[in-house]
Ligand binder design. Structure first.
Ligand SMILES: *Cc1c(COP(=O)(O)O)cnc(C)c1O
Ligand code: SF4
Length: 350
């Protein structure tokens, strides 16, 4: 069944054959708590015959989302602790997040900002708030990079984006602009000449970090959208979340990273899932994550290796959490493990 508009209610999901009528009531309850949106491109890649489809699991509401665990929190990565003005998160000295908009073309069931995004979320910055955010960036000469996130900044119209980019272009100390987005995958048709021109309108080095978690998200249409961005001179990197039932499998993860590299997207971050409310069914242990990440080494090209990170709750930033391959033995001696798990002395004993 072809879907030609974004599905937002239990009724629409049932009609499209994505949710069983028997589950409609539970889906409705979840939808009244957390925003729901399934774009046509995503509806198309969901395998309706697979009850455990990894794409469905990311986007279709699940009654499990109503189960909260004690360690979960509304602001899992502590954005609030580092927000000097509305719309800005300034945690690291040389870069800021600029959150101009809090809506997304799809809503991920594991979203770390699920309490802030959606039609009931923090909305779009007003003209006065945007002025204050730009003034903040202007006033902090150590800010080298501006990262547009949200929400998904690529839902803004090319005209709005161009306005923001032109204001950044006037700030000499800002050298790099980065966008974090799912749009090339979930609404590839949006990546047209006008949007690309808008993304580049700052004249700064422009990066797009694409969020995708399963190789099937990189459909032919999605890959073509990325090619349009890259051919226009935009550098692309990837960002994925390690999710139980989606990509917690060595071969799926390897295929995902290969799909990025084939699309000329350099794997950047693999995030350990955050402690967002109602997302316990997606979380795996750090040991499981470390084993999966270690399995990529040797299995796939060095180009395909992401950095495994955890956003430390409370706003302390990201930490690399992959297991170390090297262990100090004292006296300048180490034991180092190869990709097969065999250990070697460094420096060699003979
Ligand atoms: C994740 C994050 C960044 C970007 O970090 P990089 O390591 O540069 O990708 C910047 N600011 C905040 C507040 C973040 O949470
Ligand atoms: S696209 Fe990002 S901000 Fe939007 S729902 Fe998904 S994870 Fe959250």
């Amino acid at each position: 069944m072809t879907v030609n508009r974004t599905l937002r209610t239990a009724h629409e999901l049932v009609e499209a054959g994505l949710v069983d009528a028997a589950a409609a009531e539970a889906v409705s309850r979840v939808a009244s708590r957390y925003a729901v949106a399934v774009s046509p491109a995503i509806a198309k890649v969901i395998d309706r015959s697979d009850l455990n489809d990894p794409i469905a699991r990311q986007f279709l509401p699940d009654a499990a989302e109503l189960t909260l665990t004690p360690e979960e929190r509304a602001d899992p990565i502590g954005d609030g602790a580092h927000s000097p003005v509305t719309g800005i998160v300034h945690r690291y000295p040389d870069r800021v997040l600029l959150k101009a908009v809090h809506v997304c073309p799809v809503y991920c069931r594991f979203c770390f900002r699920r309490e802030m995004v959606g039609p009931e979320g923090l909305g779009t910055l007003t003209a006065a708030e945007l002025d204050a955010a730009i003034a903040y960036i202007e006033g902090q000469p150590e800010i080298w990079e501006v990262i547009l996130t949200g929400g998904d900044p690529l839902v803004l119209s090319p005209r709005r984006l161009t306005e923001i980019m032109e204001r950044l272009s006037a700030i000499g100390h800002v050298k790099v602009v980065r966008f974090h987005t799912r749009v090339p995958v979930v609404e590839p048709e949006r990546i047209d000449a006008a949007l690309i021109a808008a993304l580049k309108a700052s004249g700064k080095a422009t990066y797009v970090a694409l969020h995708a978690n399963h190789p099937r998200e990189l459909s032919a249409e999605a890959r073509a959208a990325c090619a349009r961005l890259i051919d226009a001179g935009i550098v692309m990197v990837s960002q994925s979340v390690l999710l139980r039932g989606v990509n917690d499998d060595a071969e799926v993860l390897a295929e995902l990273m290969r799909a990025f590299v084939e699309t000329r997207i350099k794997p950047y971050y693999l995030h350990h899932p955050d402690l967002a409310p109602g997302t316990g069914h997606f979380r795996l242990t750090i040991e499981e994550g470390q084993a999966l990440v270690a399995s990529l080494r040797g299995r796939v090209s060095g180009l395909c290796q992401p950095t495994y990170v955890l956003d430390i709750p409370g706003g302390h930033g990201k930490a690399v959490i992959s297991a170390s391959a090297i262990e100090a033995e004292g006296g300048g001696c180490y034991t180092v493990s190869d990709f097969r798990g065999n250990e070697h002395a460094y420096p060699p004993k003979s």
